[in-house]
Design a protein around this ligand. Structure first.
Ligand code: FAD
Length: 615
């Protein structure tokens, strides 16, 4: 309405900021807004308050109401609880930005570095109800009017990043794009922990911090963390984005929120007969683009010429040189056309970041997951708390939409960890609590997380149905505290180690006895330690068989097929008991480098799962 058009220049700039559709424009209008209102965004502590005071605009006020409500939660203690902490967040993906927002609400100084210049991912993410609720609470609808209207439960990665970037900036987070993190620089002289960045002379390179959160995305493993690989049967995914002209006809085309072969044999059979395309499942979401994602069978990809040559190794199979791009485009377009009943007649590819048709083929046979979610490093007496969030903590399984849901849960868990750190809780306890919570992450579903969304906060107790913050204890996470033992300032800490070790060894002895008791009598099983005795995998299988004989057939196992035995035990423990592996099954077999602490941690969880009655 004409009467609502802003006359005040700062109001007009605020509107441009809110509506900006690229990372560059968001940043540009933000700088303009700050200059118009004469506020320095570097004064992060007072920035948001000044913004509210000086921008007396009804549209802004509606947003402040939302953000104030969030900020007033008791967990943040009016932004004082982490006011002494300085946090570097690596990656401005949805999870890095979501974490940054929580850290700034806790009162910390937060700097985000992102290597990309722009947000260009069209692919669409499925959102669980709690994430929709959470994003609405941050004003998502004010930034993106279409956000989850009606029954929609998805959003493009790009739009999600834009929303979170805008909220981050308004709350005083410093976000630097086009800046690549290349590693940590240990404290020296007067300097504390810093990051090696590219470009080297970037001002953020001078930032000294005591918390480092890595949200670098799938397969990004910062120094000090280890990933393990969970291998399933070959799974080839294809994503495709087509231009959405937003016509009435396009709006009519029904979305497909997931059709799996087992539920609709007829559809997939007809698709195969008519087009030669053989799929396991397909999803179609409408957002800025028409987005399709499907799992294709290798045989049909070979037959349709998408994959040129067959290889057993998935990496070789899907290497760019072995994929015919034209044939891939045809395959994706035909699948999209057929599955929407021919109603999307103009299937023209949207462009990806490189200006090419936005279609991709990827392998999701292997999922990666970090062995631990946190670490503390101490050099020259200066401690650094490190945490992982998002895909670099646990790679998502896209058909279930776990990327954002578990990504946000981990973002909140990391914020809770920083809160404990800020409150001065002993660092081993902070780590033990974080690892206790991490054990629950891979088991979360929309059903077993709290449905009281209004109560959900960074406090894990408000989100996980039954969380025991001391399921892992301080003595079990000593290996996550990495200290330069020669440095005198660490001596006080070191002096406490012998007693901890003593506690730890008596706990280990009990655990060993428990393992021996429940594996006696099994052929080729002789538990004497936490390393070699577990190599063949038979001891783990025997433990499972002792408590749940229906889950495993011991007579089918052979001592010589240790890779198979370990893989079997690991996957049963994960699927049936929700125990995420603390190492890769191959660690037990190939390298002979069985890490005693990891094994103790793993067995402790197994013991707990078998002995604590289910609630
Ligand atoms: P990301 O969104 O991957 O963000 C990580 C960020 O870190 C990136 O912006 C990256 O540029 C930055 N970064 C990495 N290394 C550095 C460094 N050294 N220095 C500075 N910055 C760095 N999920 C689905 O459910 N469906 C899909 O179709 C789908 N498609 C995807 C397509 C692509 C190309 C990618 C990368 C991911 C896709 N995902 C998909 C996964 C989904 O995007 C993530 O689960 C979700 O975005 C949350 O991830 P995140 O924030 O942890 O990581």
């Amino acid at each position: 309405m004409a009467s609502q058009e802003p006359v005040n220049p700062s109001h007009a700039v605020f509107d441009l900021f809110i509506q900006a559709q690229s990372c560059k424009d968001v940043k540009h209008h933000f700088v303009e807004l700050c200059s118009e209102l004469d506020i320095n965004p570097k004064d992060f502590r007072t920035f948001y308050t000044k913004l509210k005071e000086r921008l007396n605009y009804w549209k802004a006020k509606a947003l402040w109401t939302k953000l104030d409500k969030r900020a007033s939660h008791e967990d943040y203690q009016q932004g004082k609880v982490c006011s002494k902490n300085k946090c570097l967040v690596l990656g401005a993906g949805p999870c890095g930005l979501r974490t940054a927002i929580e850290l700034t609400l806790l009162g910390a100084q937060v700097v985000v570095v992102e290597k990309r210049e722009d947000f260009s991912r069209n692919n669409v993410l499925h959102l669980w109800p709690f994430t929709i609720y959470d994003l609405r609470g941050l004003g998502a609808k004010k930034f993106y009017g279409k956000f989850c209207s009606g029954s929609l439960d998805h959003i493009s990665i790009r739009q999600l990043q834009l929303i979170l970037l805008k909220v981050s900036l308004l709350l005083g987070v410093e976000v630097h794009t086009g800046v690549e993190y290349q590693g940590l620089i240990e404290p020296s002289g007067e300097n504390g922990w810093m990051a090696k960045l590219q470009p080297r002379s970037h001002p953020a390179a001078a930032f000294q911090f005591d918390v480092f959160i890595s949200a670098g995305g799938g397969r990004f493993v910062p120094d000090g963390f280890k990933h393990k690989e969970l291998r399933g049967k070959l799974a080839i995914g294809i994503t495709a984005n087509f231009i959405n002209g937003n016509t009435a006809a396009e709006a009519q085309v029904a979305e497909i929120s997931g059709v799996a072969r087992i539920y609709n044999q007829k559809f997939f059979q007809e698709l195969l007969t008519e087009t030669g395309i053989d799929l396991e499942n397909i999803v179609y979401y409408k957002d800025d683009t028409h987005y399709f994602v499907m799992t294709a069978k290798k045989k049909s990809l070979l037959k349709k010429g998408v994959i040129k040559q067959d290889y057993a190794d998935a990496e070789q199979l899907l290497a760019p040189a072995n994929v015919d791009h034209e044939a891939l485009c045809r395959y994706a377009r035909d699948a999209a056309f057929f599955s929407t009943g021919g109603k999307l007649s103009d299937l023209e590819f949207a462009q990806n970041h490189a200006g090419e048709p936005d279609v991709a083929v990827f392998d999701f046979t292997c999922m990666h997951r970090a062995e631990n979610a946190s670490l503390v490093r101490e050099r020259r007496g200066q401690k650094l708390l490190m945490g992982l969030v998002g895909d670099c903590l646990v790679e998502p399984f896209w058909p279930l939409g776990t990327g954002i849901a578990r990504g946000f849960l981990a973002a909140f868990d990391a914020a809770w960890m920083v809160r404990r750190w800020g409150k001065g809780v002993p660092h081993l306890k902070v780590l033990a609590e974080r690892e206790s919570i991490y054990q629950l992450l891979s088991q979360t579903t929309p059903d077993n997380t709290s449905k009281n969304y209004a109560q959900c906060s960074i406090d894990p107790k408000t989100r996980y149905q039954s969380v025991n913050l001391s399921s892992i204890q301080a003595h079990q996470v000593q290996h996550l505290y990495d200290v330069d033992k020669s440095y005198p300032a660490s001596k006080k800490q070191m002096d406490r180690w012998p007693t901890m070790r003593q506690d730890s060894s008596s706990v280990s002895e009990e655990l060993l006895k428990w393992c021996q008791k429940h594996t006696t009598g099994y052929e080729n099983v002789n538990v004497k330690d936490f390393t070699q005795s577990w190599r063949s995998g038979l001891a783990l299988c025997a433990l499972i068989h002792h408590f749940r004989p229906q889950l495993i057939d011991m007579s089918s196992l052979d001592e010589s097929t240790s890779a198979h035995n370990n893989q079997l035990a690991f996957s049963i423990l994960e699927k049936e008991l929700g125990i995420p592996p603390v190492m890769s099954p191959s660690d037990l077999v190939d390298t002979g480098q069985i890490d005693k602490l990891s094994m103790v941690l793993y067995l402790t969880q197994i013991q707990k799962a078998f002995t604590v009655p289910a609630k």
